[in-house]
Write a protein that binds this ligand. Structure first.
Ligand SMILES: Cc1ncc(COP(=O)(O)O)c(C=O)c1O
Ligand SMILES: [Zn+2]
Length: 430
């Protein structure tokens, strides 16, 4: 099958400047972006195709035809057998490090929680349990396709290095993404640098150390502009030759591929019987992927992006978009809509405190196309959602993982008792 005959991804386009890139280029970032101008983000271009997954417990096998990395592998000359071998080979290697490979995660109506929130028996809260995913959060799904893209480029001989002299991987993160990245790196013995803030927890640091990652603590430097110092040190490493291996679409577009498997699993099981989905937003890749996956599978529940009151640049961007011409085609208005949160971000949900929503365009697009809207959860709702989840479900989830539920609490008086609402419990309590 030629690239253009395939269902799914046929190319990439920058949502900010419109530059088009063929999928076989294997571009990580928009060619027009530079270290001084990161206001670019490549998005995948899909052909409209019926959604027909293969029956397999591994989502990267089940939805392979819709993955951009599979289109990439085909375009650089890897036949079907070799592409499948890269995916299953990496999954096996991950299982040896993490104790489990990638498997569809549980999705079920939370009966006790639904009752506690006053939903009718026909409606309620469905919880997608990503605490059971590789490395305890949804993050490994994003990173899996980044790693597959690197491995396929090596396999096809199109990488800028030879496999025996790999540049280091680099990521800026203080939690789940760092653990997931280090797990995948360890699986293929690829050295990784992790840039963490001084506030990183001892538990996370111990896990990173056990996975063999090299950790650099990044206090703010006097010379740093507004923004996250970990991101600045990460970008310096990338400028020095490291491979960006984080979960921000602005730094590596391939993170926006695998994250979609979460939404495909949800629509595969619930299809049109969902009214709303509440997704917690930090850097925004997670919600952008859920939005994109719902669209490519033809299901359109209202998407609500949830941020904590202590850091809500996306909700500000939404209001700025309305004020500057509307919520459609926001890509060209980056400077007018999105900039780092000025106050020190704070919340119990500390995994969604990115001061800038890097993947904001995809999230705004998804909300615009589904009739959704952003929700800002008061800190009391963040705390209460976590308490309710621990009390009324059997899932050992973190406050960041229940922040989508905090959005349900914040918007509860606008949701009818018969509505079916999905939340993703995205990360384990460590
Ligand atoms: C458990 C958990 N949920 C949600 C998020 C938010 O994802 P994103 O940064 O892609 O918006 C994070 C990010 O760190 C996380 O760790
Ligand atoms: Zn661009």
């Amino acid at each position: 099958m030629s690239v253009t005959d395939r269902p799914g991804v046929t190319g990439m386009v920058c949502a900010a400047c419109g530059t088009q890139v063929p999928v076989e280029a294997g571009a990580l970032v928009c060619p027009a972006s530079s270290p001084d101008d990161r206001h670019h983000v490549l998005q995948f271009v899909d052909t409209v195709a019926p959604f027909r997954p293969v029956d397999d417990p591994n989502p990267f096998v089940a939805y392979r035809a819709y993955l951009a990395v599979d289109a990439y592998g085909a375009a650089v000359g890897l036949d079907d057998t070799r592409r499948l071998a890269v995916i299953t080979g990496l999954d096996d290697a991950v299982a040896r490090v993490a104790g489990t490979g990638f498997r569809r995660t549980p999705l079920a109506r939370a009966d006790e929680l639904s009752a506690a929130l006053g939903f009718a028996p026909s409606g309620g809260i469905w919880v997608k349990d990503e605490t059971r995913n590789v490395a305890g959060s949804h993050k490994a799904r994003h990173l899996f396709t980044e790693m597959v893209q690197l491995l396929m480029s090596e396999e096809a001989g199109t990488a800028r290095w030879v496999p025996s002299a790999r540049p280091r991987l680099a990521i800026a993160s203080c939690g789940n993404a760092a653990i997931a990245a280090s797990t995948l790196a360890r699986a293929v013995d690829w050295p990784i640098d992790v840039f963490v803030p001084p506030s990183a927890s001892d538990t996370v640091l111990r896990i990173l150390e056990s996975l063999g990652a090299t950790v650099t603590v990044c206090p703010r430097r006097e010379s740093d502009p507004a923004g996250d110092p970990c991101v600045f040190r990460f970008r310096e490493a990338v400028a020095g030759g490291a491979v960006p291996f984080g979960v921000q679409g602005t730094e590596n577009a391939w993170c926006r591929d695998g994250g979609r498997t979460i939404g495909w699993e949800i629509t595969d099981e619930l299809a049109h019987r969902i009214d709303r989905i509440f997704v917690q937003v930090g850097g925004g890749a997670f919600a952008a992927c859920i939005g994109a996956s719902l669209r490519s599978s033809g299901v359109h529940p209202m998407l609500h992006a949830v941020q904590a009151a202590g850091c809500a640049p996306l909700e500000r961007a939404w209001r700025r978009a309305i004020a500057t011409g509307g919520i459609d085609n926001v890509g060209a208005r980056w400077d007018q809509c999105m900039w780092p949160w000025e106050d020190e971000p704070h919340s119990l949900a500390d995994g969604i405190l990115d001061d800038e929503t890097y993947d904001w365009i995809g999230v705004v697009d998804a909300m615009a196309h589904t009739g959704g809207s952003p929700v800002v959860a008061a800190e009391a709702h963040i705390v209460e959602a976590h308490r309710l989840a621990l009390e009324h479900t059997a899932i050992n989830v973190s406050p960041t993982g229940t922040a989508g539920l905090a959005g349900v609490l914040a918007a509860r008086d606008r949701i009818a008792d018969e509505e079916r609402v999905v939340v993703v419990f995205s990360g384990v309590q460590r």
